[in-house]
Design a protein around this ligand. Structure first.
Ligand code: AMP
Length: 441
């Protein structure tokens, strides 16, 4: 029950109005600590209820502030416009019975109108780093009285190259009393670096959904021969599965466009979302998809980050995501709030080892599914190692090379892969840096 939290009655009224009854795990863990004023580092994905987990304690701090507005009291920094808009909506809903005002600063919107909004001084400012810095540099923005700073999807901001901008904006909030950092993944060195710089003695709440995934969502893999075959499988699935809304994830924009083109050519109503689309197209695609005028969205990870879509019950990984955390992030979008979801990954010979690394990371085996109408010739590797990866050609090469150099051969033999060799997806679920391809956007 939300009434267990020491939240102001006006906020509890809004919570009741929104028909939130039980706090989600991230809310149960984060709200009491945030209300005490602690700095927090929270690992939780979109769909976990993380927004309310930081918005409610933030509003609780601001709710009794009296007097004219002269200072911006809080900043929510996040990676994308869509996430910013969704967050603004939640802030407005939760603050509907208070006098708290929120403002939005993101790229793709009118700069002068934003400057005018800033002159009215919102209590809660929500924005993306690039445009916020432009306003700072133009002298439109004073963050020196910010009391609470929230970094949402910090890992994604870093992936998008915002590290320096984030640091600069954090420094501008020099008087802050509390910082809350949320990320969908446990991140890597860049995230640790920023955590060290901006958080004071933080409590780390790990609410990663690896264990939650199994509950509402069935996870399947279907083997495929090549991309064209994958497209045939997608078309079969869209025609034969029962679903309300589906997302097809690709690792690149080019592939997203190609699949979209082929779907449209087959008279499937679909939208495509990636970083090259302009703001108007993106907004329109998201709105239409949400309203249900199309049931299918083709998207890259970055473009789909932060999207909160009700009724999403089918996720198709056309490409396997590059890390276990990214998989959780994609697949965690289905089966929300107790609903049922289905996640299907399409696996060619090239995807197999990554898939098996992700299975090991999640400590579960995906259901193997065969659709006889679109069955190909590839059914997985002939032989698998104890790790689940394909046993194969690589080893032969090593032996050949080693044979040419006897000393080397003697050395190499004991190094025959240990059973629990580190998977491609490392313990944090991220592929080692050198193996990561550039971000899709
Ligand atoms: P988020 O992870 O913040 O993007 O939230 C995902 C969705 O869950 C949003 O649509 C919220 O409105 C909804 N939500 C968050 N917390 C609760 C709750 N305690 N009960 C019901 N719905 C919730």
């Amino acid at each position: 029950m939300f009434s267990q939290f020491a939240l102001h009655e006006r906020l509890l009224k809004a919570v009741a109005e929104l028909k939130f009854v039980e706090p989600t795990p991230v809310q149960a863990a984060a709200i009491p600590l945030a209300l005490q004023g602690r700095d927090l580092r929270v690992t939780a994905q979109t769909g976990s209820g993380k927004t309310a987990a930081f918005v409610l304690p933030l509003l609780n701090r601001l709710v009794d502030l009296k007097g004219g507005r002269v200072e911006i009291r809080s900043l929510i920094l996040l990676p994308t416009r869509e996430l910013a808009q969704q967050t603004l909506k939640q802030v407005q809903l939760f603050s509907q019975f208070t006098y708290i005002k929120a403002g939005l600063i993101t790229g793709g919107e009118d700069f002068k109108e934003q400057a005018a909004m800033l002159r009215k001084v919102p209590d809660v400012l929500i924005g993306t780093p690039g445009r916020l810095l432009e306003h700072l540099n133009a002298g439109n923005l004073d963050l020196s009285h910010v009391q609470v700073l929230i970094l949402d999807e910090a890992d994604r901001m870093l992936d998008m190259g915002f590290a320096e901008d984030m640091e600069r904006l954090c420094k501008e909030c020099e008087q802050r009393e509390q910082t809350l950092l949320f990320s969908a993944t446990t991140g890597g060195a860049a995230l640790r670096d920023i955590i060290g710089k901006v958080l004071k003695d933080p409590e780390h709440l790990m609410l990663n959904s690896v264990s939650q995934l199994a509950e509402g969502t069935r996870q399947q893999v279907i083997t495929a021969d090549h991309d064209q075959h994958k497209e045939a499988i997608v078309q079969w699935l869209l025609a034969n599965e029962t679903f309300d809304k589906a997302i097809i994830f690709t690792n690149t924009r080019a592939l997203a466009d190609r699949i979209y083109g082929h779907l449209v050519a087959k008279d499937v109503k679909a939208f495509v979302l990636h970083g090259e689309k302009d703001q108007k197209d993106r907004k329109q695609a998201i709105e239409r998809f949400k309203q249900g005028s199309s049931k299918v969205l083709v998207a890259t990870d970055v473009a789909a980050r932060g999207l909160d879509i009700d009724g999403l019950d089918l996720v198709i990984n056309f490409d396997m995501p590059r890390s276990g955390d990214e998989y959780v992030h994609r697949v965690g979008r289905t089966g929300r709030a107790g609903g049922e979801g289905l996640a299907i990954s399409l696996i060619t010979h090239n995807d197999w080892n990554l898939m098996s690394s992700i299975e090991r990371y999640l400590k579960q085996q995906f259901e193997r599914r065969v659709i006889k109408e679109v069955k190909g010739t590839y059914n997985g590797p002939k032989k698998v190692k104890a790790s689940g990866k394909a046993a194969g050609s690589k080893k032969k090469k090593v032996e050949k090379k080693a044979g040419a150099d006897k000393k080397g051969a003697a050395k190499k033999k004991p190094a025959a892969k240990p059973r629990n060799k580190a998977p491609l997806a490392s313990a944090d679920g991220l592929a080692p840096l050198k193996k990561r391809k550039p971000a899709a956007e």
